[in-house]
Write a protein that binds this ligand. Structure first.
Ligand code: PHE
Length: 348
């Protein structure tokens, strides 16, 4: 028996030397420890021995089986490792190869400024509302105190689309009238409406036939000009920095009385004078005023009970100042090569 065992060990040794693929291992398992493998055969022959012999021979055969199994399994591991290494070698990534650049977009700067306005106003309890860009003359002018033939209409050189009734809104103020009419004079209003407006006015780098306004309206009881001043001052500090000072100059709009022009101290020179503020120390960012008696009345609000203020910020103007852009057309440019420099001016 011992001889047989030694012979099996020798055979296995030379068989293992010739193994080089996984199938060889499968064959070896079958040859030695499979159902009809030579070691299994030895076990089957156990019945030919006496009770006494079976004990010691059984031990020997068992040891042999364990030893052979270990050797085959070890070899299998070696082969698997070799295969894995070969695969890794083949699939290795050349990290020195320059990668193809992925062009990533970023929000338009104008959009970012609008979002800044929205979040500041929303934190103060304002709702953000929308209005149509194709507007009726009634909302754009008449309800705002500008009847047909009124000379002040000339200041907003308007694109008429159908006769003199349908137009591209020349400002976002028609949303004031629309909102008040929708409430039928029954409840307070606190809204902002960012949106596009259109005028036949594109003769220099700071004007475009399409531009963006951020309209605001508040209607409640006992609202005064001082509330407008307080609100706008806080908002400008939040948007342009804590040291921003706000100034209100008398102005004229048909739909507000009194009306004001809103200026902020130049954030570049802090009021000393530079080329951004044209050496004045101040920058105009929009118009505002106390809602006119006739507008409230025309929109169903009793002016003896209700009062309000309205304002309109020029969004491009704010964005141009904040990001140092000197051509308004930059906002509407879709050429990534030209808009790229502004991507890096992330301020958040
Ligand atoms: N609609 C005015 C404009 O286009 C701005 C404004 C809005 C003025 C609200 C007063 C109140 O110039």
């Amino acid at each position: 028996m011992e001889e047989k065992i030694n012979q099996i060990k020798l055979n296995l040794k030379s068989d293992l030397d010739n193994v080089n693929k996984l199938q060889d291992i499968v064959d070896l398992k079958a040859k030695y420890i499979g159902k009809s493998g030579c070691i299994t055969e030895l076990m089957k022959n156990m019945k030919d021995y006496s009770q006494e012999e079976r004990k010691s021979i059984g031990q020997l055969v068992n040891n042999l089986k364990n030893e052979v199994t270990d050797l085959i399994v070890n070899k299998e591991e070696v082969i698997n490792n070799n295969l894995l290494n070969e695969k890794l070698e083949k699939e290795s990534i050349d990290i020195s190869l320059p990668a193809t650049e992925i062009v990533v977009g970023s929000p338009n700067i104008l959009e970012r400024v609008i979002e800044d306005f929205e979040s500041v106003f929303m934190s103060m309890g304002y709702d953000v509302v929308d209005g149509p860009e194709l507007e009726e003359d009634r909302f754009n002018f008449e309800l705002l105190g500008l009847p047909k033939g009124h000379p002040a209409r000339d200041a907003q050189d308007t694109f008429y689309v159908k006769d003199d009734e349908l137009l591209l809104r020349s400002h976002t103020s028609p949303v004031q009238a629309r909102t008040m009419l929708s409430k039928e004079g029954k409840e307070p209003v606190r809204i902002i409406c960012p949106g596009k407006a259109y005028r036949r006015d594109d003769d220099d780098a700071t004007h475009s036939h399409q531009f963006t306004q951020i309209e605001g309206l508040i209607v409640d009881k006992n609202i005064k000009l001082s509330d407008l001043k307080g609100t706008v001052s806080i908002i400008c500090k939040k948007l342009f920095g804590d040291d921003t000072v706000t100034r209100f100059r008398p102005s004229y709009y048909q739909f507000t009385e009194p009306s004001v022009e809103m200026d902020i101290s130049c954030f570049n020179c802090k009021g000393k004078g530079c080329n951004i503020c044209k050496n004045t120390g101040w920058i105009t960012i929009g118009g505002a005023g106390v809602v006119h008696y006739n507008v409230l009345k025309g929109c169903g609000y009793d002016p003896k009970i209700w009062s309000g203020f309205a304002f309109g910020f020029g969004a491009e103007r704010c964005a141009m100042l904040k990001y140092g852009i000197n051509d308004i057309r930059t906002f509407y440019n879709t050429d990534l090569r030209e808009t790229k420099p502004f991507d890096r001016r992330e301020d958040n």
